[in-house]
Structures are given as structure tokens and as C-alpha cells.
Design a protein around this ligand. Structure first.
Ligand code: NAP
Length: 246
């Protein structure tokens, strides 16, 4: 897959799946805007992208904050002139039983996952329409497909991404823009490692391939959806999950 001449913006790109996706797209020839809430993490991954010989622009912003996202988009467009590929990846995950969940925890989960997906996509879609080409990829979760105990807020927000993806795919199909979701199973990242060790073991046990996935397993699915070769794929959810959900 050749992504020379393309520019990708990856939210939450400073760690885990976002970092791996930044590096895989850069290896394919894309220039990369690395967003993260942490400036140090964004700069670290931007340095790794630059080492691959691609242009790299780190931008720290909270995707849940509409004003910060608009500032980020202005900075991205004034530096790299366009964004062809958006990967809505930034995410958080805190296990809490539903009956103990606070309204603030519920709201925060939606603000980051579906609010962040709205903020970034809405801010970038017009310039994709203007050029008649775009790729919007949003990271959902196996939890959004199956539901997960202790993660009602997370599961609901990740399921919302699937509805967003399908509706927007229908709206944008005639503009040369595809809109897809990736719903990972258990992937070895700092976020997933924050769950209880017993929960981790439980997930590994019920994953038919018998082990967790690597961030690169998701990055390659994103790269396919971002490619020219995937121009007939829209409104879909790809779930690299080791067979945990079929
Ligand atoms: P990760 O290693 O923690 O990476 C996520 C990155 O996003 C972190 O650097 C995080 O910063 C950043 N971030 C958090 N909130 C943000 C915000 N409001 N604005 C900008 N950046 C923000 O986790 P990951 O596992 O790679 O997760 C990436 C995506 O995959 C998430 O959407 C997650 O829900 C999804 N996912 C992961 C798995 C899995 O098993 N790992 C499974 C299914 C879906 P902080 O560390 O400071 O929060």
C-alpha cells in the first residue's frame, strides 16, 4: 500500500494502538499529525515518525474539548495544508460497576469517545469533501459489539461510534470519502493493562487464538481501511479480535 502524498491525523497517537498506526502509515509513505492529550507522548511518537523520513507534526489537545480540537485542526491545516486520513483513536477506559458509576464518569466516557469522534470528524470533513477524497476510521471496541461488565459506559460509547460510522458512511459515500470502524479485541497496551489481572486472564482464556493482540494488529487494519485499495469498503466494522467475537 502506497500512501505517499497523504496526510493522516491520529488522535491519541502517543501510545499503544495510535502510536502503532502512526508508524505503520508513515512506513507506507504518509505524513503524520500525532495528537495526544500529553505533549511529551505526541512529541515522542512524532520523533519516531520523523526517523522514518516522513513529515511529523505533534499537537497536544484534548479531543473532548471542541475549542482545543478546532485550534489543533487550524494548526494542522496551516502546517500540512490538508488531512486525508483521520483516525479517531483517543480513548480512556476505567472499570466501574454500573451501580457505583457517577454521572461525571458516564459523561467523560461519552465526551472522549463519541464527543472526540464528532469534534475531529466535523472539523475535518469539509476539506475532504472539497478534495473529493477522504478516509475516516474510528476505533470502537469488542466491548461495543458484545457489551462488557464493568464497562457499561465504555461499551455504550463504543457502540455509539458504530452508529455514527454507518450513518456518516451513507452521507459521504458520493464524495469519495469512506467511513469505517475498527473494533479491537484484547490488545496489549497501557490502557488495556490497567484492567484487573484476573480480568486480563479471563479475556485471554476466552480468546480462541489463545493470546492477546499487538497494537500492530490493529494498525494494519487501519492501514488497509486508509488505503486506495479499500475504496469500496465503507460503513463497515473490522474486528481484529483473535476470534473472541464472531
Ligand atoms: P493507550 O495506549 O492508553 O493510548 C491511548 C492514548 O490516547 C493515550 O496516550 C491517552 O493519553 C490518549 N488520550 C486519552 N484521552 C485523550 C483525549 N481526551 N484527547 C487526546 N488523547 C487522549 O490505549 P490503547 O489501548 O492504544 O487505546 C486506543 C484506542 O483503542 C482507544 O479508543 C481504546 O478504547 C481502543 N481499544 C483498545 C483496546 C485494547 O485492548 N487496548 C481494545 C478495544 C478498543 P493518557 O494515557 O494520558 O490517557
Amino acid at each position: 500500500m502506497d500512501m505517499s502524498g497523504k496526510v493522516a491525523l491520529i488522535t491519541g497517537g502517543g501510545s499503544g494502538i495510535g502510536r502503532a498506526t502512526a508508524l505503520v502509515l508513515a512506513q507506507a509513505g504518509a505524513d503524520i499529525i500525532v495528537n495526544d492529550i500529553s505533549p511529551e507522548k505526541a512529541e515522542g511518537v512524532a520523533g519516531e515518525v520523523a526517523d522514518l523520513g516522513r513529515q511529523a507534526l505533534p499537537i497536544a489537545a484534548d479531543v473532548a474539548d471542541h475549542t482545543s480540537v478546532n485550534t489543533m485542526i487550524n494548526q494542522a491545516l496551516s502546517n500540512l495544508k490538508k488531512v486525508d486520513i483521520l483516525v479517531n483513536n483517543a480513548g480512556i477506559g476505567v472499570e466501574v460497576p454500573f451501580h457505583q458509576m457517577t454521572k461525571a464518569e458516564w459523561d467523560q466516557m461519552f465526551a472522549v469517545h463519541i464527543g472526540g469522534t464528532f469534534n475531529c470528524t466535523h472539523g475535518l470533513v469539509q476539506q475532504m469533501i472539497d478534495r473529493g477524497w477522504g478516509r475516516i476510521i474510528s476505533i470502537s471496541s469488542g466491548a461495543g459489539l458484545m457489551g462488557e461488565a464493568g464497562l457499561v459506559h465504555y461499551s455504550a460509547a463504543k457502540a455509539a461510534i458504530l452508529g455514527f460510522t454507518k450513518a456518516l458512511a451513507r452521507e459521504l459515500a458520493s464524495h469519495g470519502i469512506t467511513v469505517n470502524a475498527v473494533a479491537p479485541g484484547l490488545i496489549d497496551t497501557p490502557l488495556a493493562r490497567s484492567i484487573q489481572p484476573e480480568t486480563w486472564e479471563k479475556f485471554v482464556k476466552i480468546t480462541p487464538v489463545g493470546h492477546e493482540g499487538r497494537p500492530e494488529d490493529i494498525a494494519h487494519a487501519c492501514a488497509y481501511l486508509a488505503s486506495e485499495e479499500a475504496s469500496f469498503v465503507t460503513g463497515q466494522t473490522i474486528s481484529p479480535n483473535g476470534g473472541i467475537w464472531m
